[in-house]
Every structure is written in C-alpha cells, then in structure tokens.
Design a protein around this ligand. Structure first.
Ligand SMILES: Cc1ncc(C[n+]2csc(CCOP(=O)(O)OP(=O)(O)O)c2C)c(N)n1
Ligand SMILES: [Mg+2]
Length: 546
C-alpha cells in the first residue's frame, strides 16, 4: 500500500472526521489519499485558523483535531495554534509536509527544522522517516495529544516517504481506563474538608474536559459548599446555582477575592497554573486540595498541600460518597460576598446609552443564547466582562482562551464549534483588533455554509492594552487604528453585514441574525470609557469595604 494511504487509514481508524488546513505541494500524496477517504478536508485561508479550528474541535470532543500544512512557511504559520492547543490543553495533531529526505535537488529551499521548532510547543514531535512506522507514530502522536494533560502533537511526513510502498498495518488504540485516585488520598482530602470551617470549591478548565459535571453537581448538592469558577472552568456547573459565588475573571481585588481570603480550604477541581491564576496562595493562608488527572505543577502562587490524582469524575464521586457535611462549616461570609458580587454584576445590564456599554452587551447576548448556545471569544477587554458577568449554563458553552490568550482565535473557534454542534446557536465575539487577525476565514465560513453570528466590537483600538495603559498611569498613546467598513467587508465575502445603530435594537437584531441562515457580521460600537474606572478602581475600592 502507498504510505500516504496508510497514514489516512490510520487516521480513519482513530475516528478522525476532519482535517483542517492548507496543502502545499509536499502534501499532494496525502491530499490524494484523503480524497478517497471518509475524512473531510476543511480548506482554510490561513494555517493559523486551521490550527485554532482543530484545537477547538479537540477541546469540544476530547478527540484530537487534525490540521495540515506544508513545510516551512505553512508550518511556521501553525506555531501560534500549537501554543494555543498546548497551553489550553486541547488535543490536536499537526501534520506537516517536508521536502524529500532521501534525495533532493532543492538544496535548503524552504527548509526549516519543523520538528525541532515544534518541540517546546508540543508533547510529541516526530519526522516519519520510514513508511513502515506510520501506524505506530500516528497512534503515539494521538496518545500524547489526547492523554492528560492534553495538548499538541506534530508529525512531519516527507514527500518521498509519503509515496513509498509499505505492507505495514494500522495499529488500533488500546482500551484502558484512566487510573483512579487512591482511597488513601481520597480519605486524606475528606479529613481536610471535614476539618475545615470555611471550605470553598473552585472549578477550573480540567473539569470542562470530560463529561463530569454531573458528579460535581452532586458534591455541591450534598455538601452545600459554595463554588467559584476560573474563566476556562465556566459552565461545568450551571452558574445560576445559588451556591455560585462568581467567576475569577480578575486575579485579585474583586468581590470574589473577599470570599477566597475568608476560606481556610480551597478544593480545586481541575485548575492548573497554565490558566491565569484565580487566586494567589500565601504561606500561612488557606490550604489547597488539588483534584486533577495529574499532579500539580508548582509555582510561587500555587503549592497545594494535598493531591487527589486520577480521573476527576471518579474522584468527585468518591468524595461525594464519603464526605459528611459538618455542623461547624460556616459559609455566611461567602454568601454575604455573593450578594455584593451579584449586585455588582447586575449593574449596567439595563444601561441604554449608545455606543453599547459592556455590561449591557453581556446581558443582551445572554438573552439571545439558549442554555446550550456557544459563545466563542477572541481576546480583548470584553473577555473580562463576559467571564465575570455572563452566566454559563452548560459545560463548554463559553469558549475562551485564558491560557495562551491569543488574539485571532474567536472566529475560527466559533466555526469549529458550529461544525461540531450544527444544531446549536453559535456566536463569535471579537474585538475589532482580534477579528482582523483572522477575518479572512469569513470566506471559509461562507463556503462551509455555516449559520454563524460574528460580533465585532468596535472601539477602533486595541482596547485591552488601553485599559492596562490607564491602569499603569500612562498617557493614552499608540493604540488607535482605523477599520474597514465592516458591513461592506462582510458583504464582499458573501456574508450578511449589519451595523448596530441603537442599544435597544441589539436583542432584536441578534434574534433576526439567528433566525436568518448564513454568516452574519454585526458591527457593535462599544463604549469602553468606563473600563478603567470600574474594572481597575471601583471593584477594588468597593469590594474592600464589604
Ligand atoms: C496575537 C496577540 N497579539 C497581541 C496580544 C496582546 N493583546 C491582548 S488584547 C489586545 C488588544 C485587543 O484588541 P481588540 O481585539 O480590538 O479588543 P478590545 O480590547 O479593543 O475590545 C492585545 C494587543 C495578544 N494577546 N495576542
Ligand atoms: Mg478594539
């Protein structure tokens, strides 16, 4: 059999449904093998977007998303997506081409050492130098990408290996269960939880990876222990739950941190230090139990005293079975803080000034999104508002990146979400800066006939950096730009362009977009003039007083 056919067969055996990417001449054997397979090629307009889509596919399904590029420039374009998958714990496999490795007449033309370039960005990176090894290398790449902690893997398939003949056969995945935490560590955690007076539960990204929200809901129901979430842990437990204190969108000085500092124990389910810290540990302060698939990476702000290491769902189930709610538990301070946090989150939700204020925007978006609707955020200052104010109702319905925190992933991640969940409402929410970093994928979205709503929040600036600049006491400088006419821009791709003219019309406009098939771009002029006052100062000052 031809090596590239075997490669594609190996992917089929893994259940791969899509390959996102841009082929180059070095991938043409592979492309031809793909043509006759069950796998669908999703051609994009930039490799970075293909990588973001593959990673998001992995994030939503737990199965590695696969992306494809040529050698050199195609592969370098995948670098940011590799980092996105690796830091965000999203299983992804990148396949890149290469010039022939046995004999080549092209000198060093286009040759970059891609395998080494990918080393710090992946869990596994390998050049296939023999067709015979393809089945094992594909399996190994996917085992690495999908195993805890998930991340990126890379395989380089050189042109001459791709067209070799081989009689090797596909290797199927082994059946196994994720190891369970020991009873010893479960009991040690139970002792700490029962001895604490003010235990508090944190839900992080790891808890969003597998379908384990049911077990966590039970733990909360049985114990009545209040909880908060990290940005990437949103939705694992319905945030309308009366025991939900809030989201750690800010690392400190929010109302929520008044609750955190009143805790003597934090039961951390699934958070690891790659995500921006939801709190800082201090010597002599609260203790932490780290419940995760793998032991905690230690950091000056994170050094948990106890680990419960193994399948998170099983750990939560055992903890729920064994824990006895205690009379001496006292959550009154947490609930007092919650009342203040909730009140603050409600402020501005009815504000009808125009351009739109972020609090109103978040509230209105929530109104048009059903429980299972997915919002996919790019990176900008609105991400803080959405993380903090938007209540997620279901797991993985708020796709944001608080790990690499790259701009440019909003639109591609929304597209991947729509491909995985065609029956759901999906909305990309991007700043005018982040949107323009991958706006060419509007063409891909239109070609794929996706029903998608893309909000472009227009402040004609890199608003997030302006906000930080103000926070540091610097003068406003160097962060303003012009923008295309977004309505015309959308139309030029065959999408439907809208420009919001008044705040009252936001909800009806969004409803209309979801009711009308196609890709809709909605330009939303936003007013960020109060970001500095509210996020940098008011929240800090007012939360200090409670
Ligand atoms: C690829 C990349 N470049 C730069 C940054 C740094 N950065 C973070 S947010 C931001 C500005 C975002 O601007 P925009 O997308 O318009 O969102 P806004 O904050 O204005 O709503 C920048 C430059 C980044 N996170 N990622
Ligand atoms: Mg902007």
């Amino acid at each position: 059999m031809k090596a590239s056919d075997l490669f594609v067969q190996a992917l089929e055996a893994e259940g791969v449904e899509y390959v996102f990417g841009i082929p180059g001449e070095e991938n043409l054997d592979f492309l031809n093998s793909l043509k006759d397979s069950s796998i669908r090629l999703i051609l994009t307009r930039h490799e970075q977007a293909a990588g973001f889509m593959a990673a998001t596919y992995g994030r939503l399904t737990g199965k590695a998303g696969v992306c494809l590029s040529t050698l050199g420039p195609g592969a370098t374009n995948l670098v940011t997506a590799a980092a996105y998958a690796q830091l965000g714990a999203m299983p992804m496999l990148m396949i890149t081409g290469q010039k022939p490795i046995k004999t080549s007449k092209q000198g060093q033309f286009q040759i970059v050492d891609v395998v080494d370039m990918m080393r710090p960005l992946t869990k596994f990176t390998h050049q296939i130098s023999s067709a015979h090894n393809i089945p094992a290398r594909v399996r190994e790449a996917l085992r690495n990408a999908e195993g805890e902690r998930p991340g990126a893997a890379h395989l380089e398939l050189p042109e001459d290996i791709a067209c070799d003949e081989t009689d090797a056969e596909v290797i199927h995945r082994s059946r196994f269960d994720i190891p369970h935490a020991t009873e010893h560590s479960i009991k040690a955690a139970i002792e700490m939880i029962e001895a604490a007076r003010h235990p508090l539960l944190l839900i992080g990204a790891g808890a969003n990876r597998k379908k384990i929200s049911a077990s966590r809901g039970k733990f909360i129901r049985k114990t009545g222990i209040p909880f908060f979430s990290t940005q990437m842990g949103k939705g694992v437990v319905d945030e309308r739950n009366p025991l939900f204190l809030g989201n750690a969108a800010l690392s400190d000085n929010d109302y929520l941190h008044r609750a955190i500092e009143a805790a003597d124990l934090i039961i951390n389910v699934g958070h690891d230090v790659v995500e921006k810290p939801p709190f800082f540990m201090e010597h002599g302060g609260f203790k932490v139990i780290h419940i995760n698939y793998v032991t905690a990476a230690i950091d000056p702000v994170y050094y948990p005293q106890q680990g419960v290491i193994g399948d998170i769902a099983h750990s939560m189930l055992r903890l729920t079975e064994l824990v006895t709610p205690q009379e001496h538990w006292d959550f009154s301070r947490f609930m007092e803080v919650k009342a203040h946090m909730d009140e603050h989150v409600r402020e501005g939700t009815e504000d009808d000034r125009f351009p739109v204020y972020p609090q109103r925007l978040v509230a209105d978006v929530r109104k048009v999104m059903p429980d299972d609707g997915i919002i996919a955020l790019d990176n900008g200052v609105y991400k803080i508002w959405f993380a903090r104010n938007y209540k997620a109702h279901m797991p993985n319905t708020v796709l944001l990146d608080n790990a690499l925190a790259t701009m440019g992933a909003g639109l591609p991640s929304a597209m991947a979400a729509k491909i995985v969940h065609p029956e759901r409402r999906v909305m990309a929410i991007c700043g005018d800066g982040g949107f323009m970093m991958n706006s060419q994928e509007m063409e891909t979205a239109v070609r794929l006939k996706l029903d998608l709503v893309v909000l472009v929040l227009r402040d004609d600036a890199y608003g997030m950096i302006k906000w930080k600049q103000a926070n540091m006491g610097f003068e406003d400088f160097g962060l303003d730009y012009g923008n295309p006419d977004f309505v015309q821009y959308a139309r030029s791709y065959g999408a439907i362009g809208h420009c919001l003219k008044s705040t009252e019309s936001l909800v009806p406009l969004l409803e209309e977009c979801f009711e009308t098939p196609g890709v809709h771009l909605v330009e939303v002029p936003v007013d960020y003039s109060e970001n500095d006052r509210i996020l940098n100062r008011d929240i800090r000052d007012r939360s200090r007083e409670i």
